[in-house]
Write a protein that binds this ligand. Sequence first.
Ligand SMILES: Nc1ncnc2c1ncn2[C@@H]1O[C@H](COP(=O)(O)OP(=O)(O)OP(=O)(O)O)[C@@H](O)[C@H]1O
Ligand SMILES: [Mg+2]
Length: 357
Amino acid sequence: MRVVALANQKGGCGKTTSATNLAAALAQLDKKVLLIDNDPQGHSTLAFGFRERDFTLSTYDLYLTSDILVEDAFLEVSPGFHLVPAGIELSAVEMTLAREPKKELRLRDNLRRSAMPYDYVLIDCPPSVSLLTFNALLASGEVLIPVDPSYYSLQAVRKMRETLAVLREKKGHDLVPHVLMSDFDTRPLFVRKVMDELDELYEKELLDTIIHHTVRFKEAAGSGVPIVNYDPESRGAHDFRCLARELAEQEVSVKVEALDHWSALLHGPQVTQAGVCFEADFPRAKTVRITGSFCDWSAKGLPLSRREDGTWECHMALESGQYEYRFIVDGAWLPDPHNTETVANEFGGANSCVIVA
Ligand SMILES: Nc1ncnc2c1ncn2[C@@H]1O[C@H](COP(=O)(O)OP(=O)(O)OP(=O)(O)O)[C@@H](O)[C@H]1O
Ligand SMILES: [Mg+2]
């Protein structure tokens, strides 16, 4: 079984178009396919004509309802092709899980408990590096990164590769990346330049198939039917059949490895009976200190001690309440990279946030 997240923090680059049409094209190759809509926008759900009234269980329940598994929540698109739908309720996951341990492994744990009689599992992600996206990446062995022809997109794919490098370096999770040229009208000179740049930068990861620009995708999505069914002779249908064949011909072994260290670092601060343990991973730093609302944002802050593995920690007994903080790493003030809970500060940046019950 190959589990592939479709991710790119840039909005509108073709994640949902790729997830839904690739899933349909793989199903036409007689592959057993599960598509998980992991985006509160619910566009993958809409793309198959499902509305919120058509389902009671959704991806939200895979994260938050302990006895609900994939086999309870899927809708059948066609025999052997299933969809776990999503709606706006999925946006509550981030806040509901804010203080839960192993919150970024919820989806993976659910997939491990579910009966998964699939050849392919595709996970459509929202346009952000959020808890939902981390869950998808940590549940997947591969990531397909759609890139539309713009320089913002080149920047976004670079950011995505940085996220993957962090996942790998922090002891862990080595995703196989695929870069997909999506929504490409290959005639303009500018687009050709983008193609050359992608070729140069991502020679190994760049898929041969190009998904060309065609208005048929919008029409197909509007009718709730994937392009391979809506207009099987169209260029878009041809492109997705090529993509499905290209992926099917690859021999990629997919592993989801143990991620305990990484997951610990992703937790951010650990709140226990004894107080809060702040952890940080700055292996090259000479000093790491912490400052925040608990010490009136003292410029000096409080020191973290260095562990042997290059990570840093400090324990603090804190009364109930909400605290904002930042690390001071060799003099530079930074939010906690392992804590997704942040609040905007008056300087236009973000402070990390921890709640002690
Ligand atoms: N190859 C294409 N040709 C024409 N239009 C396309 C193509 N690919 C995507 N689009 C259109 O571009 C828009 C954005 O595509 P899509 O929803 O797949 O992006 P996304 O990355 O999932 O967006 P979001 O980040 O909001 O989830 C849609 O209206 C879609 O129909
Ligand atoms: Mg989308």
